[in-house]
Design a protein around this ligand. Structure first.
Ligand SMILES: Nc1ncnc2c1ncn2[C@@H]1O[C@H](COP(=O)(O)OP(=O)(O)OP(=O)(O)O)[C@@H](O)[C@H]1O
Ligand SMILES: [Mg+2]
Length: 220
């Protein structure tokens, strides 16, 4: 049993894409993979991230176990919850993560947005990762600005005592910029983190599975 928190430098940088690629890679390696998106916002009809993660992992758990809080407004969880009169119970999420991790070889947990996005009051995804004792994989978009965003995220994660297992740069848009050739090396040097992969713009996450370095990324 082990778990990994897939966080990002921002919303839309490729967390779900990378987590799905990772799920495929781990499954190919023979591991039973579970997934969680503890809070998904912007859910009009179906929680798209949770369902994508579940499909990639082959996780047939009930949706309430995969994604306990599904909120309509495309806002930070605490804000979307307040608008619907919901209070997100962080203790419940910590317990749910532990319970789900116990039932699989690897549990992948995707945050929403970045580390300092609030879940309830001043409690953030960073706090959730700390309380659930989750090691962290950081995802950034391979475009200009990512060096600063990755370095900020890595620094705040370290200050909180989180176990950072490396970073992945993904490419959400077909077009990128000149920085994409050097970003990974600069982030690795600046943060001391291992680059676990640089993904070009690809047709689907499964195609990216072999581009990730997953050795000792997860325990056990
Ligand atoms: N390497 C890539 N190749 C092709 N498309 C990508 C790649 N990385 C990300 N994308 C696409 O970019 C968009 C944003 O990526 P994704 O949904 O994974 O971001 P996210 O960080 O999970 O966002 P959120 O904060 O909403 O959860 C998606 O449409 C995704 O399919
Ligand atoms: Mg996502």
């Amino acid at each position: 049993m082990s778990a990994l928190f897939v966080t990002g430098t921002d919303t839309g940088v490729g967390k779900t894409f990378v987590a799905c690629a990772l799920a495929t890679a781990l499954r190919t390696g023979g591991r039973r993979v579970g997934v969680m998106k503890p809070v998904e916002t912007g859910v009009v009809d179906r929680p798209e991230d949770a369902l994508r993660l579940a499909a990639a992992a082959g996780d047939a758990s009930p949706l309430d176990d995969i994604c306990p809080y599904r909120l309509r407004a495309p806002l930070a969880p605490s804000v979307a919850a307040a608008g619907e009169g919901v209070v997100i119970d962080v203790d419940r999420l910590v317990q749910a993560i532990a319970r789900r991790a116990a039932g699989v070889d690897v549990l992948l947990v995707e945050g929403a947005g970045g580390l300092l996005v609030p879940i309830a009051g001043t409690t953030t995804f960073l706090d959730l990762a700390v309380r659930a004792a989750l090691p962290v994989l950081l995802v950034g978009a391979n475009r200009l600005g990512t060096v600063n965003h990755c370095a900020l995220s890595a620094r705040v994660a370290r200050l909180a005592g989180l176990d950072l297992r490396g970073f992945v740069l993904s490419q959400p848009a077909a077009q990128t910029d000149e920085s994409s050739a050097t970003n990974a090396e600069v982030v690795a040097t600046l943060t001391g983190l291992r680059c676990r992969g640089v993904l070009p713009h690809l047709p689907d996450p499964a195609t990216a599975a072999t581009l990730l370095e997953i050795d000792d990324l997860v325990d056990g």
